[in-house]
Design a protein. Structure first.
Lengths: 118, 108
């Protein structure tokens, strides 16, 4: 059974940093691209980042490019999202997912809440 | 960026009803990269349909998808109590991968 467990969220001040982790199990982690998506309170879904299976290719929307960095450690079956220069509009629940494009990402964790506020 | 526009934004329906949700892309996309997700409150989104019409493993056959180029449709043939949720389309044709605004399906 595929399991994805997100962690690392919390309250951070504007301009601060946070690193999210996603521990994966139940599948061969190093064979899959991975993604992050987020959902602001009461809002819809927004794709945040994706990374290839090897980690050699990364993808971001303009809203986070230059501030967020996705990475992975295939030896630890763990996906990361380093978030810098956080803004109030980064406040959201962040979900990690297995996959990227074709097939699309499958999200099955509980998510981790990031709150950016002073 | 490709904009995805869903309609309606919400609907009320009864158990057993046939429900149709539409998704329009701002430019033509390959049907291979149009996906539908279901999300229940407090839960992660779940893939229902990928490549416009392929049913994700484990998803009931009452869900179906169709469409091509810019116009896509998700149909629930006979709405069940567990189907009350919010539905999102997403294109993964080109980055940034964009979602529609969502369609909330509520009980009538």
């Amino acid at each position: 059974e595929v399991q994805l467990v997100e962690s690392g969220g919390g309250l951070v001040q504007p301009g601060g940093s946070l690193r999210l982790s996603c521990a994966a199990s139940g599948f061969t982690f190093g064979s899959y691209a991975m993604s992050w998506v987020r959902q602001a309170p009461g809002k819809g879904l927004e794709w945040v980042s994706s990374i290839s299976a090897s980690g050699g290719n990364t993808y971001y929307p303009d809203s986070v490019k230059g501030r967020f960095t996705i990475s992975r450690d295939n030896s630890k079956n763990t996906l990361y999202l380093q978030m810098n220069s956080l803004r109030a509009d980064d406040t959201a629940v962040y979900y990690c997912g297995r996959g990227r494009r074709d097939p699309p990402a499958e999200y099955c964790g509980q998510g981790t809440l990031v709150t950016v506020s002073s | 960026d490709i904009q995805m526009t869903q309609s309606p934004s919400s609907l009320s329906a009864s158990v057993g009803d046939r429900v149709t949700i539409t998704c329009r892309a701002s430019q033509s996309i390959s049907r291979n990269y149009l996906n539908w997700y279901q999300q229940k409150p407090g839960k992660a989104p779940k893939v229902l349909i990928y490549a416009a019409s392929s049913l994700q493993s484990g998803v009931p056959s009452r869900f179906s998808g169709s469409g091509s180029e810019t116009d896509f449709t998700l149909t629930i043939s006979s709405l069940q109590p567990e189907d009350f949720a919010t539905y999102y389309c997403q294109q993964t044709y080109s980055t940034p991968f964009t979602f529609g605004g969502g369609t909330k399906v509520e009980i009538k």
